[in-house]
Design a protein around this ligand. Structure first.
Ligand code: SAM
Length: 271
């Protein structure tokens, strides 16, 4: 049998389709989420419903967002899901989660075995809606989880680390081998829990400025910030903020990035 065919569906690489079939892992993910009947659970990329069916047993209603039309048809036809599940056939990157939360009249609990090719853009998209999200549980490439939890002065520390830790508390949940999926991905995976802060440890007036500073710094991560941030800050300004211009992007703490964002003369993004 073709190893890309799972339950009669040909796994599409462009949609990052690696389907979970390991019952122990599936149960462990549901146990980590601890769904309650009246909560607004939202799954990104339900696929062949490996997580959707067990999740549906715990909740009164469940919203799922799937881009692949063939899979949407199967989800709509699945008798186990019929009464409880609302299927949205849409790119998760285009979903307005504020609107979804107000339609459901509840804060959202988001989860999913994310398509690895766009897991980082999906998380960046969701951070914009942190205020209406209670928590998120995601299966990701293990390397991405390492980036989420990284500390300064390490290779994994980057723009994703700073933006994720700005918005969320991050808790690794479990590691998952390639053999738990069909087809098996070439990389190790891990499940992580992200809890948006109610009271953020750091705060900036405009998060788009923080985002642009981290883009500039990590876009040239081997350079000193004197050079990589030269369009945004003079050397004197950095020294005034007590930030050594000889440091590189990975040496600055999140608090220092927030300090920079508060003193940056950039115009805020019109949003
Ligand atoms: N949840 C299933 C499982 O665990 O077996 C499938 C996980 S598979 C890694 C990723 C799923 O996300 C696929 O069903 C894929 O079609 C869907 N997907 C890919 N890109 C998407 C996007 N931009 N928006 C919504 N769903 C997407």
């Amino acid at each position: 049998m073709n190893s890309r065919v799972h339950q009669g569906h040909f796994a599409r690489k462009r949609f990052g389709q690696n389907f979970l079939h390991d019952e122990f892992i599936i149960e462990s993910i549901i146990a980590a989420i601890q769904p309650k009947p009246d909560q607004a659970l939202v799954e990104i990329g339900p696929g062949l419903a490996a997580l959707t069916v067990p999740m549906s047993k715990y909740v009164d209603q469940l919203t799922v967002i799937e881009i692949d039309r063939d899979l949407v048809a199967r989800l709509n036809d699945n008798p186990l899901l019929k009464d409880k599940v609302t299927v949205i056939n849409q790119d998760a990157l285009l979903i307005d989660f504020n609107q979804l939360s107000s339609e459901l009249a509840k804060p959202l609990r988001v989860f999913g075995n994310l398509p690895y090719n766009i897991s980082t853009p999906i998380m960046f998209h969701l951070f914009k809606y942190a205020d209406v999200i209670t928590d998120m549980h995601f299966m990701l490439q293990k390397e991405v989880v390492q980036r989420l939890v990284a500390a300064p002065n390490s290779k994994s520390y980057g723009r994703l680390t700073i933006m994720a830790q700005y918005f969320c508390q991050i808790i690794p949940v479990l590691e998952v081998p390639p053999s738990s999926f069909s087809p098996a991905p070439k990389v190790d995976s891990a499940v992580v829990k992200l809890i948006p802060y109610k009271n953020r440890p750091y705060n900036v007036k405009d998060v788009s400025i923080l985002s642009r500073i981290t883009t500039a710094a990590f876009g040239q991560r081997r350079k000193t910030i004197r050079n990589s941030l030269s369009n945004l800050f003079t050397e004197e300004q950095l020294i005034e903020l007590d930030i050594n211009p000889n440091l590189r992007a990975e040496n600055l703490t999140i608090a220092q990035y927030c300090l920079l964002a508060e003193h940056c003369k950039l115009e805020a993004d019109a949003q």
